[in-house]
Design a protein around this ligand. Structure first.
Ligand SMILES: NC(=O)c1ccc[n+]([C@@H]2O[C@H](COP(=O)([O-])OP(=O)(O)OC[C@H]3O[C@@H](n4cnc5c(N)ncnc54)[C@H](O)[C@@H]3O)[C@@H](O)[C@H]2O)c1
Length: 400
């Protein structure tokens, strides 16, 4: 059993903490007292069925605190950092300031501990910044999805660990961390990639940039279908039967969004000297263009005096997360064009945010379906089936 501290109780930190607390002593540190209370009362602070199940079923060795002294002076052996790294548009890079501060704190308070960074980093960060403070550091980027955060942690398809390849102690720490994960994960036969720091940082950003590019590819295909009045499902099925392309992650949407894809693509663009010409700049443009194409298409479907119903502000089924949601971008544009009085929003998670752009929230799904003349949905859930004639969506597979 290891004594582990996890800093940051978000999607990544909480999932990692729960996973590791099955057979380690884990303390989770966060500045948000509501999250701390929720975790100590074994309630998930966000929608995640697997976290609810684990909290209700297992006796986890996990406590949450806001006190840095309580967490970091506890002779911790491993400190996992899962802090936010938002994109800073002024400095044109991910903001790592809170990670910088914690690395200094950890090196002072528990110098024996190994630091495992899970946060997404700018390429070159560890060699450029972190290694000035400590050598006891490895980078293990996270690839989980927000609606299935704990499930993805427990079933990784690969584990990447960035190390100093000339430092045997560092490589030993990486292998130790991989074995800790294997011990508590459900999937044991995941691939392991031990690489240099820079390569691990690049793996994380290029993975998300590929996913964003793929979303844009199928949305571009769907733009073509909209403009030419063609069936995108037939085109997609036809091309995705080619095993090099693959029949997955190909469902048209209103655009990519969420916490990671937008910022990771931007971070990668800024790594290129001729950034305007790189493929990732086109990905950002394509994602903006997508909203315009959808708006124009919606305009064709709306009649004067229609009430437009926005079905959920999150982009994915079963998600309560609206960070950088393309539904919110679309809603803002609809309000700008049509005004707020002809728009209603259904979202169970947001029925209290009545001031969002001045639009009316309707918390009862039956009322919502009755009142809306057209229902705009990024993803079509079963509860819309009886009103499918009113639904405007580009979801062709009923998947995220
Ligand atoms: N969300 C994802 O799907 C995902 C997937 C892979 C990687 N990541 C990366 O992991 C990192 C964390 O992402 P997340 O989604 O878990 O973020 P999050 O916003 O859900 O959680 C971050 C947590 O850190 C806490 N926090 C902020 N400042 C703090 C401080 N100074 N001290 C202690 N706690 C503090 C916040 O209160 C919050 O609970 C980011 O770098 C992100 O890019 C996220």
């Amino acid at each position: 059993m290891n004594r582990i501290v996890v800093v940051g109780a978000g999607y990544v930190g909480l999932s990692v903490a729960i996973m590791l607390s099955q057979s380690n002593e884990v303390t989770i540190l966060d500045i948000d007292d509501q999250k701390i209370n929720a975790i100590n009362n074994r309630k998930s602070p966000f929608v995640d069925e697997r976290i609810d199940f684990c909290f209700n079923t297992f006796d986890l060795n996990l406590k949450a605190t806001q006190e840095i002294g309580e967490a970091l002076d506890s002779d911790a052996e491993i400190v996992v950092i899962a802090l936010p790294t938002d994109y800073d548009a002024n400095n044109k890079t991910l903001d790592t300031s809170c990670i910088d501060e914690y690395i200094t704190e950890i090196a002072l308070r528990c110098p024996e501990a190994y630091i495992v960074i899970k946060s997404t980093l700018p390429i070159g960060y560890i060699n450029r910044n972190a290694r000035n403070t400590t050598n006891q550091i490895i980078y293990c980027p996270e690839f989980l999805r927000e609606t299935t955060a704990l499930d993805d942690c427990l079933n990784p398809n690969r584990v990447v660990v960035g190390v100093d390849e000339n430092d045997d102690m560092c490589k030993k720490a990486a292998n130790h961390y991989v074995e800790l994960i294997r011990c508590v994960s459900e999937k044991k036969d995941f691939e392991v990639f031990i690489t240099g720091y820079l390569e691990a940082e690049a793996i994380k950003l290029f993975s998300n940039a590929y996913l964003a590019m793929r979303v844009c590819f199928f949305n571009e295909l769907d733009n073509f279908a909209i403009i030419n009045n063609a069936k995108s499902v037939d085109i997609i099925n036809g091309i995705c039967s080619d095993y090099r392309i693959g029949n997955y992650y190909n469902n048209p949407s209103f655009g990519y969004g969420g916490y990671c894809l937008p910022k990771d693509v931007k971070e990668l663009i800024d790594c290129y000297p001729n950034s305007k010409e790189c493929i990732f700049s086109s990905v950002v443009c394509s994602n903006k263009l997508r909203i315009d194409i959808i708006l124009n298409d919606i305009k064709r479907h709306v009649s004067p005096n229609d009430t437009m119903g926005i079905y959920k502000l999150s982009m994915k089924k079963k998600s309560d997360n609206t960070r950088n949601s393309s539904m919110i971008s679309l809603l803002k544009e609809l309000v700008r064009i049509f005004g707020q009085s002809c728009i209603i929003v259904f979202d169970k998670e947001y029925d209290e945010c009545l001031d969002l752009l001045g639009v009316e929230f309707v918390s009862d799904i039956e009322q919502f379906k009755k009142r809306a003349d057209i229902i705009i949905a990024n993803r079509v859930d079963e509860e819309l089936e009886d009103s499918i004639d009113k639904v405007y969506s580009r979801d062709v597979f009923g998947l995220d």
